[in-house]
Design a protein around this ligand. Structure first.
Ligand code: HEC
Length: 247
């Protein structure tokens, strides 16, 4: 009888110990998860940005976090205002969730939808959540023309057919020559027009060619803009012309 009681006592002690160890383990795991989701990464972004004031108010140039699946930013902060283009700015983005894959300098619309990526930094899988991510962007042109040049004239391969002043339509849209080939330059196929007439999109031949087409141009350009992302750029080109078509 005595031995039996002793046996039971030992059993109770073993059980309590096991329970204590298990619950202790559980506690630790939950605590770690909790920390991860509430704090997130912190990133310090520095750089010199040019041209951000060329954008109309419905667009913003932002520092933002994105995941792989969506064009809508998870977190964003408008690029800080500054006295002039050569002032270096530093911005702190905190509470960046662990689903964020890239930290970008991007142009977004009022719905926080990404229109264009101007700079992108990948958060690596082994990035330590406790360390501040330091990103030096260097000098970056975030202006409207630069964005159009990068995303349309180069990104949509216009420069594939328009690679020199003797190419299609005698139009050179390569990165370095695009601006001087179009702004206040007579159109080749219809010289009653300028290719780009600052302040007036409807009288700008390039805008006409890419939106409604023109009977003098024997190649359908609006057909190139069927993707919704590129359709947005037709509007952006219109906004850029009407805002003075600055470089
Ligand atoms: C597959 C080739 C091709 C691509 C890509 C292309 N174009 Fe063209 N483009 C042409 C051809 C060919 C002409 C001239 C047609 C003619 O001679 O009638 C032309 C003419 C033009 C003209 C008229 C130039 C003038 O002064 O008369 C403009 C403006 C133009 N393209 C803009 C663009 C833009 C902007 C893009 C990119 C979104 C683009 N093109 C992409 C083939 C192309």
């Amino acid at each position: 009888m005595k031995i039996n009681i002793l046996k039971q006592l030992v059993l109770v002690i073993i059980c309590t110990c096991t329970l204590a160890v298990t619950s202790c383990d559980d506690g630790l795991i939950y605590e770690k998860k909790y920390t991860t989701t509430t704090t997130g990464y912190t990133a310090l972004i520095t750089g010199t940005f040019k041209g951000q004031t060329s954008w109309p108010s419905k667009y913003s140039v932002v520092v933002a976090g994105f995941n792989d699946n969506s064009d809508y930013s998870i977190i964003q902060k408008t690029l800080a205002a500054k006295k002039n283009d050569s002032t270096e700015i530093s911005m702190l983005l905190s509470n960046i969730s662990d689903t964020t894959k890239t930290i970008e300098i991007a142009v977004v619309n009022s719905l926080r939808q990404r229109i264009a990526t101007l700079f992108s930094y990948n958060i690596s899988n082994d990035q330590n959540i406790d360390d501040t991510i330091r990103i030096n962007v260097g000098e970056l042109n975030v202006g409207m023309f630069q964005t159009i040049n990068q995303n349309v004239f180069q990104g949509m391969n216009c420069s594939r057919c328009h690679a020199s002043s003797t190419a299609a339509g005698h139009l050179d849209l390569t990165a370095a020559n695009a601006y001087s080939s179009i702004v206040n330059v007579d159109a080749y196929k219809n010289n009653t027009y300028k290719r780009i007439l600052p302040g007036n999109a409807d009288s700008s031949f390039l805008y006409k060619v890419i939106t409604t087409g023109d009977e003098n141009v024997g190649y359908s350009h609006p057909a190139l803009f069927t993707d919704s992302k590129y359709a947005t750029f037709q509007t952006i080109i219109k906004n850029w012309i009407e805002n003075g078509a600055t470089e």
